[in-house]
Design a protein around this ligand. Sequence first.
Ligand code: ZN
Length: 159
Amino acid sequence: MKFGNGLEVVDSRIWSSYLERYLEDIHFVIIHHAATGWWVKPEDIRRYHSVELGWPDIGYHFLVYQDGTIYYVGGMETARAHTYNWNYEGVGVCLVGNFDDHWPDPRQLQSTRMLIANIQWSLGWFLPITGHSDMRENRSTHCPGLTFSEWRLQIDPRS
Ligand SMILES: [Zn+2]
């Protein structure tokens, strides 16, 4: 499907009982990594969150893969489960892989940058880009990986 200003994404949304929210309340793009191998499939992450953790569905809104493929896994009109105390205001974008000791693939960075531009285009206002661990009360996590500060500008559509 096309998302935003014509960006191609794989629509993998399913109905869930996550709380609905007003799009106007979205104020941050919050970047995550899956802290897994690059090969972990969307349905595996969905199963882990919903079956093993017992959440209403996958906790993120978007997944971005090493080859640049983007999955739209959770509607932006729902407040999901990715950042403690910030879920109502955040869009959760997860780069699949573990970036504690290496950067995401250039295709993954480029797709993330285009995705963020399209999220902002579809909402119609600017959203700061933050890492999960940048958010208050979330400092104890490594997410989105220890190398995040080295590549964060590469996913910023303004840079
Ligand atoms: Zn995270």
